[in-house]
Design a protein around this ligand. Sequence first.
Ligand SMILES: [Zn+2]
Length: 512
Amino acid sequence: MRLLRYFSLFFLIILFSSSSEKLGIQPKVITELFFPDPDIDIPTPGFLKKKGYTNFMELRAFLKEKVYQYPDQMSFVNIGKSQDGKDILAVKIHGESPVNSPIRVWLQGGLHGDEMGSVEGMLYLIYNLLNSPKLLNEFEIMIIPLANPDGYSKQNRYSKNGMDLNRDHTMISAPETLCLKRAFSLFDPEMALDFHEYRPFRRDFVNLGKFGVTSMFDVMFLYTSNPNVPAALRNLIHDSFVRPCYVDLDSSGYTHHTYFSTEKHLGSIRLREGSSSARSSSTSYALSNCVSALIEIRGVGIGKTSFKRRVACVSEVGLSFLRSAIESKTEMRKVLNDSSKQHDIIYATDYLIEKRDMNFIDLHEKSIRSFELEVRDLSQLRNSLKRDRPEAYLVSEELFREISPKLEALGIAHELIEFNSLDKNRVYEYIITKYLQNGTPEFRVRRQNVKSKLEPYENENLKKVWYISTSQKHGSHLFELFEPEANNSYVAWDIIHTELNQKLKYYRYHAI
Ligand SMILES: [Zn+2]
């Protein structure tokens, strides 16, 4: 018995050591008890071979074959190139006899290159959509089956230059992000789902239970709690899309939860639940004024274990959200139409922290056990910094040249106007009152943490400015980009460099 315990401990040390990513181990008994494959055939390339995953050539061949079979419903184009020169493909699908004004939907997989089930899941979803003609008539769908081909070819999370492409939605620093954002804005979806996989064996979990625990959920949902996304849209996502999806997953026997990851706090493990950061897809898409969710399937670090189950989950969730979109089409369009009417802009500064009972699979007992853990809940805002919503942001010509590709990729409209045509009493400038630049770079950037105050504009030099209205379709992005205190603003990411007591080269144009 004692020997067995030492052996298990040794096994776990190997499992959770830094090389565990490569091992792909999950005890067989855990797979059989909790994550058996469903009894279905999935006719995508990854299931035609015993070892390995669908490679780029096989993916393209699969798409070509589908276009050959369904020439009137499907096509695919190349929307840009990865850093290694690989094509980023976008698949367009619609019904044979589409309804009036079909719902535009964006579906994406493989933004992180080591989340293999999300890519295979897109292929299976394509197959299922083409076989559901009635459902398909309601939609115009754009699918990015493999958003990060360089990472995927090496089963690596990052893009070639080491960027995490799901932290790049405001910086837009990687060429992949730029082309994905452009295609997204051009297509202008009403609903967008970004499929990922999460790591169920985390090093932090070793200390729970006798020999550690593993996460028990097939699917986790990340949907935005960012206060600059209108509340009506946030509620709609939760009530009319995520909730019904829970019911669908329940009836298929798949487990689910709100997404959480772990963080270290004062030496002990704390869970972080929810999401509000504009640098990630779920919030960025919602700021682009669409129903948005990031779907995390249990999959990273366990190799091809339960692969059929994972891929089936992707398709289940996708189809469930599509059915919900049909059901709430009228309400959804009303909410999306009204969303530029929100008034306050708010910056989250702090979130609720409390103890909660959280369920895990105990690896020793091989059963589900509850643990009381501290949770920082990003869906529950505690304190906030509020500013009035300006009518527009005014950007100097010099600064605009630097940031315009990023703004255009987000689909932000703008016009160059004579400064004299504005009411000067409504123009305010930012003065930096607190300034700290991080010593350690994050994605090669030394972030700037600032506080600012607003003062009436005094300078007389401006002749022309770029006028960027906040009352536009993708206008919610602007608060996250231009309010210097916002966590992912151009100032925060040092795209606009500043110093203490300096004035910024863009301004607020206050509403009457
Ligand atoms: Zn991911």
